[in-house]
Write a protein that binds this ligand. Sequence first.
Ligand code: GDP
Ligand code: MG
Length: 371
Amino acid sequence: TEFATAHELADLMGVTPKEIIQHCFTMGKFVTINQRLDKETIELVSLEFGFEAEFVSEVEATEVVELEDNEEDLVIRPPVVTIMGHVDHGKTSLLDYIRSSNVVAGESGGITQHIGAYEVSLDGDRKITFLDTPGHEAFTAMRARGAQVTDIVILVVSADDSVMPQTIEAINHSKAAEVPIVVAINKIDKPEANPEKIKTQLSEAGVLVEDWGGEYQCQEISAKQGTGIDELMEKVLTEAEIRELKANFSREVPARGIIVEAELDKGKGVVSTVLVQRGFLKVGDPFVAGHTMGRVRALMDERGKRIREAGPSQPVSVLGFEDLPQSGDEFTVMLSDKEAREIAQKRQIIRREHEFRRSTRVKLDSIARQI
Ligand code: GDP
Ligand code: MG
């Protein structure tokens, strides 16, 4: 691994490079002034001069400097919605219903590609982006990485069952992340459905629905028959309007987004779904994403159709990664391949260092800010 050079280290400690080189020599290491020293050497040399080496976190060291958004570029964007709820309460059925009822007439095949997210169009050119990943894990995984992607949670509770442990978990996750919840009481087509019982249990769990004087919008639905789905979508959009969700729609700013998911395809290489959050992502853009980088080779929508660009709240399947990113990684367009590579490489070095530190439990301190 490579870290600071003898020269950089000397600057940091206010000594001459010669002193560093001499000290290395007494330790049996021959180094030159511009040679990168390994972590152990840095640590020992620092101690010798009365310093403790610290290797700063990768985020601090390699954060991509972000430009401020111009107020006039900020425009209302579609909300990003995650469906959560207890197993078998109908999350998949609801997504499937929304997806299939949203196939644009004449569009061949509909949404056939699983890309982990998709955008649906409603009347009046209104859109909602759904994250089609197992709700809880994706939500927690992304949050753990500091990525807040979801704007609104649809909490599905089955009217023929009860508020269950994963219902409570979903409520807790959403509240902790300060993400608004819209309740969907599902399976009302069933004779044994008892929505009132569900509302009572929800109120006991801290979710008082609107028609009972609470703040949470609630809709009774049947994901199987399609009852109440339009109304549910309206409620989601109302929630979104209240929040005035905006994004930078300028074509001048470098695009930025979040990795929703990524996989290795034998033929295509890395295929990753990126949810664009700012600007427009275009074919040919160099980018850095977590520890990897690349250049956009192709963009595809959820129908597998090639598109030229993708804007805010639009999920898009991206080809052109050098390596597999992780969901929750930030995706940032850079000015050049060179710049992207530099940041990715620095992050890789720092990651290796973190792994090394974890395995050896070596305590290091304040050096190598330049890595
Ligand atoms: P998930 O585990 O939350 O994704 O739940 P699924 O969508 O897989 O649904 C679990 C079961 O409930 C499946 O057998 C569905 O067919 C059924 N189901 C889902 N929604 C409804 C509904 O509105 N009415 C009825 N009768 N059954 C439903
Ligand atoms: Mg499911």
